[in-house]
Write a protein that binds this ligand. Structure first.
Ligand SMILES: [Cu+2]
Length: 237
C-alpha cells in the first residue's frame, strides 16, 4: 500500500504540479546559480552506498533498480532532513522525472535511443544529501532499441570559457515540440536550462545533447552554471 501511495503522488507531480514545483524551487533558492539546496551528510553517519541499473524494454520504457546500502526510504509525510533517511530524485538525460520512495521504478515513454539515468539521494526536505558539496548519487547509461524519431527543433550552441561563441543564441520553438540542444563545448562545465530544469555535464571537445519536450510556454535562459554566463535564450510559444 505504501508503494502504491508513492506512485500516485509521483504521477500527479509529473503531470501537473511538477513544473510549478520546480519553478517555485528556483524562486525559493533565491540564488540564480544554486537551484538545488544541498544538505551535508553528517560526518558521524556512515556514507551510504548507491548504485543504479536500468533495464530497457521494447515499448520504450525503463525498469530502474536502485541498490542502497546505509540509506532508508523515509515516508513522504516526513519533512525534516534526518540521516540516513530520505528518498531519491531520478533524472533522465538531465531532466528530473520525479521523486521516488522505493528502489524499483518503472518509467514509461522514455523512448528509443541512448539515455543517461541518474539518481540523487534527497533528504525529507527535498534538499540533496551531499558530501563536501557534491550530491550523493549514481548514474548509468542505457540504450532502448528502436528508431529514434528526429526532434522537431535542433538548436546548436558552441560554448567556451567566455560563453557562447558569437553571443547568446536565440531560438524559438513551438509549444509541444520535441527539442534537441547540442552543446559543443571546449570547457568542462554544466549546462542548465532554467525552469525546465534540464542540465548536462559538458566535457571539453565533446558535443553533449539534451532532449526535452517544450511543454511550458515562455522565455527561458540557459547558462553555464560554473561561469554563470547565459548562452541560450529559448522562446516557447
Ligand atoms: Cu524530493
Amino acid at each position: 500500500m505504501d508503494n502504491e501511495a508513492g506512485h500516485g503522488d509521483m504521477a500527479g507531480m509529473d503531470n501537473e504540479a511538477g513544473h510549478g514545483d520546480m519553478a517555485g524551487m528556483d524562486h525559493e533558492a533565491g540564488h540564480d546559480h544554486e537551484h538545488t539546496a544541498l544538505t551535508e551528510w553528517p560526518a558521524d553517519v556512515p556514507l551510504p552506498e548507491v548504485a543504479v541499473s536500468a533495464e530497457p524494454h521494447d515499448d520504450g520504457s525503463l525498469s530502474i533498480h536502485i541498490d542502497l546500502n546505509g540509506f532508508e526510504f523515509a515516508d513522504p509525510t516526513e519533512h525534516e532532513a534526518t540521516a540516513p533517511r530520505g528518498h531519491v530524485h531520478v533524472n533522465v538525460d538531465g531532466r528530473e522525472v520525479g521523486m521516488y520512495f522505493e528502489p524499483d521504478i518503472e518509467l514509461a515513454d522514455v523512448g528509443p535511443g541512448d539515455h543517461t539515468v541518474s539518481v540523487t539521494l534527497a533528504a525529507a526536505d527535498h534538499s540533496l544529501w551531499a558530501r563536501d558539496g557534491e550530491p550523493l548519487g549514481a548514474s548509468t547509461e542505457v540504450t532502448i532499441a528502436g528508431e529514434v524519431t528526429p526532434a522537431d527543433d535542433v538548436i546548436e550552441v558552441a560554448v567556451g570559457p567566455d560563453g557562447a561563441a558569437g553571443g547568446i543564441v536565440e531560438a524559438q520553438v513551438g509549444l509541444g515540440d520535441t527539442v534537441e540542444v547540442r552543446i559543443d563545448s571546449s570547457v568542462a562545465e554544466e549546462f542548465h536550462l532554467h525552469t525546465y530544469d534540464v542540465s548536462a555535464e559538458l566535457e571539453p571537445g565533446q558535443v553533449t545533447t539534451v532532449r526535452f519536450t517544450a511543454d511550458i510556454p515562455g522565455v527561458f535562459e540557459a547558462e553555464l552554471e560554473g561561469a554563470g554566463i547565459q548562452v541560450l535564450e529559448l522562446t516557447v510559444s
